[in-house]
Structures are given as C-alpha cells and as structure tokens.
Design a protein around this ligand. Structure first.
Ligand code: ATP
Length: 350
C-alpha cells in the first residue's frame, strides 16, 4: 500500500507542483496518474521514489512512513521514460545492476537476471548492448531491471512514450499482463488518457498539483466529476455546452432537452460525448442544429464537427452514415447519456 497525506511540493520560485495531496493506493493495485503537461505527475512519482523531498506532508509505503527515507532504502523500482540503461553494459549486466549495488553475489544475481529476462522474452539478447536493441526491447530491459529487484512497488514514468503507435499497443498489453502476474503495486504516469483507461485499476486525474478526480476507469469516463475531467477523458473530447434549466426543460445551444429530475432552475453546463449522439437529416427540437463544417475519417467511424451558432459540436457516426460538408444536420443526444454540471460539479447523474 502507498499512502499520501497532505503532500505538498513547492519548487524555488514559488511553483506549487503538488498541492496538499491525499491518496491511498491498495496493495497490488495498478494506479495511473493522468494529466496534462506540467500538472505535477512526474514530481509526484519522484516524491514517492524519494528523488524529491516534499515541502510538507507524509508518505507511507507498505505501512512504513518513508517521508525522510532515502530513495535506495524505499524498496521501490522506478522505470524512466528514456529507460536510463547503461550503454556500456550488456543486457544481463543492465538487469543485474541494482542487485550488484545491493551486493547480491554474482551467481545469484546472474541467475535472477536470466530468469527475469526469460519472463520478459529477452533470453536471446542477453549479451547485446542497449544500442543493439530496438526501442521495444530496450523498454523490456528497463522493465526487467525493475522486476529483478522484487520491489514492493513499481513507479513508471511514461514508460511507453518512446515507442511507435503499434509497438506501444503491444507493450501496453504486455505491461498489463506482467503487472497482473507479479501483483506488485504499480504507479504509472501518463498524459495519454487511453493508456490510463486501458491499464489502470484506478486513475487519479491531475490538474495544477491537485487531483480533480480519483476513480476507476469506468467512473472517470462515465461520470467525470467536473468539466476538467470530462474534457480530458475520452478519445474525442466531450461536448460541453452552457445552458439553462427551467420550465421543465434544459435549453442548450438552441435545443430543448429533457430536464433530469432534481436539477433546480439556473445555469448549467451540458456534457455529451460525441459517441453518444446520432445525426438526423431533418429538424428536431431535441437536437443541436448546425452546418457540417468538418468530417474526419476515424477508420471504422467518422467524426463530424457541426457549426451551431457560436458552438462547435462533435458527433461520431458509423461508416457510411457521414454527411457532406456544408449540409445541415441535427445532432440528437441519446437518452440517458447526458451529464449536467453546475458550479463545475456533476449534478446529474449523481
Ligand atoms: P510532463 O507531462 O510535461 O512531464 P508533469 O505533469 O510530469 O509534466 P512536472 O514535471 O511534475 O509535471 O512539473 C510540475 C510543475 O513543477 C511544472 O510547473 C514544472 O515547471 C515545475 N517543476 C518541475 N520540476 C521543477 C524544478 N526542478 N524546479 C522548478 N520547477 C519545477
């Protein structure tokens, strides 16, 4: 288990990279830290690892307080974005390096390195140096080096980001399987929401040094707690439109939509994912009317952008159902798929 209480990190010059974070990560959990560039993900990971000292607050790993324990004594293994392999060492020596530092006898550390290499499909490459390996192989060596130490936790800082798109998908599946097999608590930093949704048991969405939401992938995707999370999660951004609740309806961008029970009259923000709207070629009152501005091919579907007054509204339509640019169209939210925010808090569904 990893626990944080009131964790704050201020850098010289007054940048508050972490702002009073509280969190508990369960034993064996695969936990993603997700957020845009500069939100504090790497600082949080480095603070858990002991590479940064918090300005205030406390950290526990496995029930022991480690706030002032040096990195080497925290029993966690960190994998960096650039893998940080030693160029002059072969694969075996790279994997066995942390064991050498811990003075594990040579025979034992080489046996451990060979066994770990086999688990990560690296057995054929043991005598190669990093420069003789592909990006994916280098990434597996970096993982093997972490795995060989049998740490209490893995800390991964964007370990997939140096791989091309296809390899990244393969490496992602591999990483998930490995983490399941080893059942070691893992904290994983990414700015890629798809990666976080696919890999994590739970996700903390971060903005400006704070958690905007902590939840399972289903929770953060289906019920984002605020408009920041709503806009950040999803392969196409959620439509977020200002409107008003009153007289038994929601009025949003020219559409008159059903008013979910329990929402008092007043201003709201209406959220609906592009995937949860259908396009109608004929006018409807419960639809966003617009002109088709852009049609983008997603492969098995099309992303259609409508210009609706001052708003751009996006819908995803199946292959073959895409309208022509310049034509009029009406985007109809599917029943039960809308989210309603007031004062930047989710008020429906709640
Ligand atoms: P990215 O995805 O770009 O790596 P991140 O979410 O990991 O971003 P951090 O690297 O943790 O963000 O940075 C958080 C904030 O702290 C940023 O504003 C950054 O400029 C600042 N920061 C990070 N390291 C330092 C440092 N050593 N000195 C001063 N400011 C720093």
């Amino acid at each position: 288990m990893i626990a944080l209480r009131g964790l704050t990190k201020e850098f010289p010059g007054g940048v508050r990279a972490l702002d009073g974070l509280d969190l508990e990560i369960a034993d064996g959990e695969f936990f993603a830290l997700l957020g845009p560039s500069g939100c504090g993900k790497t600082t949080l990971l480095r603070t858990i690892a002991g590479l940064e000292t918090p300005t205030s607050g406390n950290i526990w790993i496995g029930g022991t307080e480690v706030t002032s324990v040096p990195p080497g004594k925290r029993d966690v293994a960190m994998v960096f974005q650039d893998y940080a392999l030693f160029p002059h060492m072969d694969v075996t020596a790279n994997i066995a390096y942390p064991l050498r530092i811990r003075k594990v006898p040579r025979a034992r550390r080489e046996a451990r390195a060979a066994e770990t290499a086999s688990r990560l499909s690296l057995s054929e490459l043991l005598t190669r140096r990093p420069a003789q390996l592909s990006g994916g192989q280098q990434q597996r060596v970096a993982l093997a080096r972490a795995v060989a130490c049998h740490p209490r936790a893995f800390l991964f800082d964007e370990p997939l980001s140096n791989l091309d798109a296809r390899l990244r998908l393969e490496a992602r599946t591999f990483l998930k399987r490995l983490q399941r097999e080893l059942a070691v608590t893992t904290v994983f930093v990414t700015h890629d929401q798809g990666e976080a949704l696919a890999l994590a048991d739970r996700i903390a969405v971060m903005s400006a040094g704070r958690f905007t939401q902590v939840g399972t992938p289903t929770e953060v995707f289906q019920r984002p707690a605020n408009t920041f999370t709503a806009a950040f999660i999803g392969s196409t951004p959620m439509n977020l439109l200002p409107g008003t609740a009153g007289n038994g309806a929601l009025r949003v961008a020219g559409a008159v939509l059903p008013l979910p029970g329990g929402i008092p009259d007043g201003p709201i923000v209406y959220g609906v994912r592009p995937e949860y709207m259908d396009l109608s070629p004929t006018p409807r009152a419960d639809a966003f009317a617009g002109k088709v501005a852009v049609v983008e091919n997603l492969g098995t579907a099309h992303l259609v952008t409508l210009e609706s007054g001052e708003h751009l509204i996006q819908t995803v339509v199946p292959e073959g159902a895409e309208p022509s640019p310049g034509t009029a169209a009406w985007a109809v939210p599917r029943p039960g798929r809308a989210l309603v925010y007031r004062d930047d808090r989710l008020v429906f569904p709640c």
